[in-house]
Each structure stands twice: as structure tokens, then as C-alpha cells.
Design a protein around this ligand. Structure first.
Ligand SMILES: [Zn+2]
Ligand SMILES: [Zn+2]
Length: 356
């Protein structure tokens, strides 16, 4: 919930905690966020105000320089809270300043996400999030596959225009992906949910921090998958047992992205999940990284080299993208990295794609 302060262009971001959240839990959440900011060497708030009144818990974080103004705004917000919150929820509000616009722009997104906290914390969320995002990212390419058969203007973007997927090729991919999500990914995420329940901080991360951490997560994932992939091509037993399934389609289409063995799917899921944990990423950063990672892997297998494809947006040929990975499925012996080109260039396994 956001309330615009009438006296000032600054606004207050309010996060309502459900009744089940105790005062100490709310405190701990905010402390964790402040500790994280301190670890990252950012300006930490110098004063915390916390007032319990009429069944509400209200807290504010104010920098010392803004203390006087902060106290005035606290009065304003108290009135606002009294007016707007009739539920006996405990309320914690965080105070934003103009110069924190980057944080604030993500704060409204984060407030929107945390408003669905019980659903996000449920054991079903990760599996539904992953499957829905995957199918949503595949859908435009499925439409493109059917449309470009009839429209020559679209066909020119197809990397292998002589090969089009049929419905009979797509359906088994969808069934296999749904099956893997239910019998494999769900039990794993359920165990994760049981042993390491998710906690949602009050404050959103800052935009530059999100961009940097997502980029680092992608680079780490790219490196881990490059090594895994290279090993599974160099060791015949590993290739035959685990990776061959993914190479069933020499001409890829979006739904072949997750057409792979159980071991491959689990390995890639592990690489994707461990990097944000190692970097101590904010849950919002983690969600954004998962979305970007799913999108890029679908684009890799889409079979299309569109004018806005990621490899055209990243300069100096640093990013391989769909043409790079398409060539891997076609030739088998090169282009092992999923996204970037530097590891293949360093290891001498890089092959120039048609578009480059
Ligand atoms: Zn391969
Ligand atoms: Zn592939």
C-alpha cells in the first residue's frame, strides 16, 4: 500500500504484515534488511522509530538528516494508517526519499509481490511460477512457428527454414515438461520449502544492485553449464545416459528447451538456484533472475533470429544466443556455453554462427 504524503512529494511505502507475524518477526525482517545494506556498504538508516498504537505496530526508518521531517511524516502517516487500515493487521512502514527513486520504483513492485505473501510462501509457488513462466515464454514462438509457415515475411527469421515443428512434435515436449514439474521439481521445491522457508524482507532491493546481481548470476550459470555440458559431450557414457535426450531435435523449437533427462533438468535447476543463494540475493532479484534465465534458455532454443534477439543487443559478439545454440544442436561438437561466447572462445570450441 502506498500513501502520498500531502506535505511532501516523497511517499511512504507501507507493508502490511499478516496477523500471524509477531512484532519480533517484523523487527527481525527489517533488521536483516538493514544488516544487508550495511554489509554492502550502503547508507544505513540511523534511527528507527517504532510505535505501538491501537493494535498496530508501526515502524519507520529515517536517516538522521531527515529526522525532523521524518517525525512530521510519522504524524501524517499515523493519521493515514488510522484512516486506511481498518483491519487489525500489524503495519510496518518504510520511508523512502526522492534520491532513492531506483529503490522506490522496485518498492511498488515488491509491495505488489509481498501482498501475495501466503501464496508466494506456499510450496506450490516455485513449481507453478517455473512452469507458467516457461509456457508463457514458449507461447509466442509456438504462434510464430504456425504463422511463419504461411507468411514468408516471418520465415526469413527462421534459422533453419527448411525445418518446422509439427503439433505431433510439440505435444510430447509439453507432456514431458509438465510431468517433470509435477514428479521431479515439485518434490525438490517442497523439501526446500520445508527446510528453508522463504522470508520476505520489507524493503525492495535497489535497481543497480538487481541488475548487477542478475548479470553475475547469468555469468556464473553460463560458466557452470558450460563445464557440465562440455563434460557430457566429452564422456561418451555421460552423453548417452544423460544428455542425448536433449539432442533428439537437431532443429530446435521453443518447447525443446526443457526436453531433457531428469539428471540434466535437476543439474540446471541446481545451478540456477545456488547462485542467488551464494550471492545473498534479495528474493525479488532471485525471481527476476529465474525469469530472465527461463526467457534466455527459451530464446536459445526458439530457432529464430529476430531483430530484437538478445545477441543483437549485446555488443562485440559477447553473447551467442539462438544462432550459437542452434549450431550446437546441428553440429554437436562446438558452442557448449548456453549464453555467452567467451568460454567457447577460450577453450577453442567456438564456431561462428550463420548470423555472425
Ligand atoms: Zn549438447
Ligand atoms: Zn539445447
Amino acid at each position: 500500500m502506498r500513501i502520498h504524503s500531502p506535505e511532501s512529494p516523497r511517499w511512504l511505502s507501507l507493508t502490511r504484515y499478516p496477523v500471524g507475524v509477531s512484532c519480533s518477526q517484523a523487527h527481525a525482517l527489517e533488521h536483516r534488511q538493514m544488516g544487508r545494506a550495511a554489509r554492502l556498504g550502503k547508507r544505513t538508516s540511523s534511527l528507527k522509530l517504532r510505535i505501538s498504537k491501537g493494535g498496530f505496530l508501526m515502524g519507520g526508518v529515517f536517516p538522521a538528516s531527515m529526522l525532523d521531517k521524518g517525525l512530521q511524516d510519522l504524524q501524517t502517516s499515523q493519521t493515514a494508517i488510522s484512516m486506511n487500515c481498518s483491519l487489525p493487521d500489524r503495519v510496518l512502514f518504510s520511508y523512502g526519499m526522492d534520491r532513492q527513486r531506483d529503490r522506490l520504483c522496485l518498492q511498488s513492485l515488491w509491495d505488489f509481490v509481498t501482498a501475495k505473501e501466503p501464496w508466494i510462501k506456499s510450496p506450490f509457488f516455485p513449481v507453478l511460477f517455473s512452469f507458467t513462466a516457461y509456457m508463457a515464454f514458449c507461447l509466442p514462438y509456438i504462434v510464430l512457428d504456425f504463422a511463419s509457415i504461411r507468411l514468408p515475411n516471418l520465415r526469413k527469421y527462421k534459422i533453419q527454414p527448411q525445418n518446422y515443428p509439427t503439433l505431433g512434435m510439440m505435444v510430447p515436449c509439453i507432456i514431458q515438461s509438465a510431468y517433470h514439474h509435477v514428479v521431479l521439481i515439485f518434490p525438490v521445491t517442497f523439501l526446500h520449502w520445508y527446510w528453508r522457508p522463504m522470508s520476505l524482507p520489507v524493503m525492495a532491493p535497489e535497481l543497480p544492485e538487481v541488475l548487477l546481481e542478475v548479470a553475475v548470476c547469468l555469468l556464473l550459470f553460463d560458466f557452470e553449464y558450460f563445464l557440465w555440458h562440455l563434460l557430457h559431450h566429452k564422456v561418451p557414457w555421460l552423453y548417452k545416459t544423460f544428455h542425448k535426450v536433449h539432442h533428439k531435435h537437431v532443429s530446435t523449437f521453443a518447447l525443446t528447451t526443457q526436453y531433457s533427462s531428469v539428471w540434466e533438468l535437476l543439474s540446471l535447476g541446481f545451478f540456477a538456484a545456488i547462485n542467488p543463494v551464494l550471492l545473498g540475493c534479495h528474493p525479488l532479484t532471485e525471481m527476476i533472475f529465474f525469469l530472465v534465465n527461463i526467457w534466455l534458455s527459451v530464446e536459445d532454443h526458439s530457432g529464430y533470429d529476430l531483430p530484437w534477439s538478445t545477441h543483437r543487443l549485446v555488443p562485440f559478439g559477447l553473447y551467442g544466443g539462438a544462432p550459437h545454440h542452434d549450431l550446437h544442436h546441428l553440429k554437436f561438437k562446438s558452442n557448449y556455453a548456453p549464453y555467452f561466447t567467451h568460454w567457447d572462445k577460450l577453450f577453442g570450441t567456438f564456431t561462428e554462427s550463420h548470423s555472425n
